[in-house]
Design a protein around this ligand. Structure first.
Ligand SMILES: C=C1C[C@]23C[C@@]1(O)CC[C@H]2[C@@]12CCC[C@@](C)(C(=O)O1)[C@H]2[C@@H]3C(=O)O
Ligand SMILES: O=C(O)CCC(=O)C(=O)O
Ligand SMILES: [Fe+2]
Length: 350
């Protein structure tokens, strides 16, 4: 009798000695990073020092956004202690037995809880990763399940991280808007009483874990995607894996550096900018000897469900045309998770 195939669970990937077929991706040469012999090998997204004067950072951020749709930041004001705390919380979570993690599985992809990335349904093959999404307050119940005696401190870390990241996201948005010659007041919802500044924020956190992989070249940690956000701030542990895509350069590694955060422009900023800045296509590769943690703060702006996201009139200009129709964040998220990489086409006006 043939052996009964054991169900492969994402909570146990690190124990596997071979790459199962369901996790084996058919990658072509276009999928690899630039060969080391290429002159462009040193190319990577710029690191911008946020302690430099505002006019300097705005200019550098503007250039990076136009070129890459992404940049890295130093001296951003997020304490190393908080970054270490959230990284260590994530490690403790993913080190738990698979059955324990599954007790906190999200009921639906994309809402709070443990599970595969929401984009996984668009790919035939499975991704070599597990994650935990914090999209609303329901994560607190999951934390009680995971840490019956230590949830209060872990919830404190999450709340502090969200508050600090939201302030940073607002600051970065102002800078990026500044580089486009506008301010937050030029956005309709930026002027709404109660919706301005950082008071009403919409931010999710995704804790990602990429276990050690027996055949990293044929596996994929997190498949190529753009984020459905205004911007995403990413903290990566000391193992590389993040790659960004640019037409002119192909896939480019974004190596981790202590205290440096990565900022990705998401789809909503691309819409607000009337297509002037790209939302960056990125992915995460995995490693043969080292596991990797990343923590993404996915920021959708000071926007409630009913707030309209559309190109900023001042960016379109008096004679220009709007590239995209107006959408609410909720509506755009629905479109994205129906048509995935065709979402911009679905809301294009011409
Ligand atoms: C706010 C959100 C963005 C996200 C979908 C979600 O509803 C919550 C999870 C987020 C995340 C994190 C990992 C990568 C990503 C593409 C995914 O699969 O789930 C993003 C989603 C997104 O940006 O669309
Ligand atoms: O792990 C990474 O480097 C990328 C994570 C990511 O893209 C995401 O969470 O949206
Ligand atoms: Fe992402």
């Amino acid at each position: 009798m043939p052996p009964i195939a054991k169900e492969i669970c994402i909570g146990n990937l690190g124990n596997l000695q071979t790459l199962p077929d369901s996790f084996t991706w058919e990658l072509t040469s276009a999928d690899s990073v630039i060969p080391p012999s290429s002159a462009a090998v040193k190319e990577s997204i710029p690191v911008i020092d946020l302690s430099d004067p505002d006019h300097v950072t705005t200019n550098l951020i503007g250039n990076a956004c136009h070129t890459w749709g992404a940049f890295q930041i130093a001296n951003h004001g997020i304490s190393q202690k908080l970054l270490d705390e959230i990284e260590s919380l994530s490690k403790t979570l993913f080190d738990m037995p698979s059955e324990k993690k599954l007790e906190t599985a999200s009921s639906e992809k994309g809402v709070s809880g443990y599970g595969e990335p929401r984009i996984s349904s668009f790919f035939e093959k499975k991704m070599w990763s597990e994650g935990f999404t914090i999209a609303d307050g329901s994560y607190r119940n999951h934390f009680i399940t995971l840490w019956p005696h230590d949830h209060i401190n872990n919830c404190r870390i999450i709340e502090e991280y969200k508050d600090e990241m939201e302030k940073l996201a607002n600051r970065l948005m102002s800078s990026i808007l500044g580089s486009l010659g506008v301010t937050v007041d030029d956005i309709e919802w930026g002027q709404k009483p109660g919706n301005s500044g950082s008071k009403v924020g919409r931010g999710a956190i995704r804790l990602n874990h990429y276990p050690v992989c027996p055949e990293p070249e044929r596996a994929m940690g997190l498949a190529a995607h753009t984020d459905t956000t205004i911007l995403t701030i990413l903290h990566q542990s000391n193992t590389g894996g993040l790659q960004v895509f640019r037409e002119e350069s192909g896939w480019v590694n974004v190596e981790p550096s202590p205290g440096i955060l990565v900022v990705n422009i998401g789809d909503l900023f691309h819409i607000l900018s009337n297509g002037k800045i790209p939302s960056v296509v990125h992915r995460a590769k995995v490693n043969h000897t080292r596991s990797r943690i990343s923590i993404a703060y996915l920021w959708c702006g000071p926007a409630g469900d009913d707030v309209e996201i559309k190109p900023i009139p001042k960016i379109i200009g008096p004679v220009g045309q709007s590239l995209y129709r107006s959408v609410t964040w909720k509506e755009y998220l629905q479109i994205k998770y129906k048509v995935f990489d065709k979402a911009f086409d679905a809301i294009r006006t011409r």
